[in-house]
Design a protein around this ligand. Structure first.
Ligand SMILES: Nc1ncnc2c1ncn2[C@@H]1O[C@H](COP(=O)(O)OP(=O)(O)O)[C@@H](O)[C@H]1O
Ligand SMILES: [Mg+2]
Length: 332
């Protein structure tokens, strides 16, 4: 059952329309003119309880604007959003009880308090019972390795430590839905891994629905089965991540390790495949999984070679996204 229903939402920002330069600026003060800018353009999707969805797109694509509308911080210009039956921007308080959100560098902790005092305040704000609070906090503290941090003041934490506490604060009241807008930005590899594992385990344990925006493709590959890709405020792909990869990758590679050191390549019909590299011990083949299967390629080569081993390298998600952003791949 879908817990998030987004139907035809758009967001227009009013932006100033002055001619530039000092004169333009001064004119604008006395005679302000505005124009509309559509940051999110007629977006619809549904998300089921327990899904982790990667919400992807270039800088400025409209990700944060969408997340802000979902969490009730912004009201859509058009369309409607329902999260667990609640319209977030109409019933913000009610909605706040069922969601958690991380927005990049913004903090929901109190700078001058020790971490555990911030957590206590959050527990109170969300009216958690002592038992629930302790149980969930212990679980989180263990998984995010926060024990040593609890007595430290938030202002003294490193970026990575602070983000872990931010994540803890977000999940503390057991929200049904969590929005994570760039939660791993600027963090080192170990902290990222810790946060990813936490998200994965929390989702598994509590079936929390999670929408994640990130520039780190590894976050997406490790956490999300589904991605929604947006470009200039519009959805250009919504679906399974593996289907996406195989649909838009045109360079998968298969390396065939062989016994024979001589070449029989000229005997093999190469339609649908390309030899990217050939050496005494192996042949590296470029192919497209949509056009020819690995099995079929192996069949071709088996006739001439004793195959010792094969290795595949799937096209990298990151490469595909880059090509899409550059306009080299058309997404329909
Ligand atoms: N408050 C605002 N007023 C005017 N334009 C905005 C505002 N917030 C964001 N934008 C513009 O809307 C577009 C989408 O922004 P955003 O949702 O933050 O993108 P993303 O999170 O994908 O990088 C950008 O072009 C951005 O400059
Ligand atoms: Mg953003």
């Amino acid at each position: 059952m879908s817990i998030i229903e987004v139907s035809g939402i758009s967001k227009e920002y009013k932006i100033s329309d002055h001619k530039g330069g000092l004169i333009g600026y001064i004119n604008h003060i006395f005679n302000p003119k505005y124009k509309k800018f559509t940051a999110v353009n007629n977006i619809s999707f549904k998300i089921n309880q327990g899904e982790i969805v990667g919400y992807l797109g270039e800088n400025g694509a409209g990700k944060s604007t969408t997340i802000k509308m979902l969490s009730g911080l912004l009201t859509p210009t058009n369309g409607i959003i329902k999260v667990n039956g609640i319209v977030p921007y109409k019933n913000r308080i009610q909605n706040n009880f069922q969601i958690g959100a991380v927005f990049g560098q913004k903090t929901q902790l109190w700078w001058d308090l020790p971490v555990f005092e911030s957590f206590k305040l959050i527990g109170n704000l969300y009216k958690m019972t002592q038992k629930d609070y302790e149980k969930n906090l212990n679980w989180i503290v263990e998984k995010l390795e926060l024990k040593e941090l609890l007595n430290k003041q938030v202002r003294n934490l490193s970026l990575g430590e602070k983000m872990k506490c931010e994540i803890a604060a977000t999940f503390l009241h057991k929200p049904k839905v969590v929005y994570l807008d760039e939660p791993t930005i600027g963090l080192d590899v170990l902290v990222k891994e810790n946060i990813r594992n936490f998200i994965k385990e929390y989702n598994k344990e509590f079936n929390t629905t999670i929408i994640l925006t990130t520039h780190d493709v590894k976050d997406v590959e490790e956490l999300c089965d589904r991605i929604i890709l947006i470009d200039k405020g519009k959805i250009i792909y919504d679906g399974n991540i593996n289907s996406f990869r195989s649909k838009y990758s045109n360079n998968d590679f298969l390396t065939i390790f062989k016994k024979e050191t001589i070449s029989f390549i000229n005997k093999i019909k190469l339609d649908g495949i390309e030899v990217a590299e050939e050496s005494k011990n192996y042949i590296k083949i470029k192919f497209n999984q949509d056009k020819i299967s690995i099995i079929e390629i192996i069949e071709k080569f088996k006739k001439y070679y004793t195959i010792l081993n094969v290795e595949t390298n799937e096209a990298k998600m990151e490469e595909i996204l880059k090509e899409i952003y550059r306009g080299n791949i058309d997404v329909d």
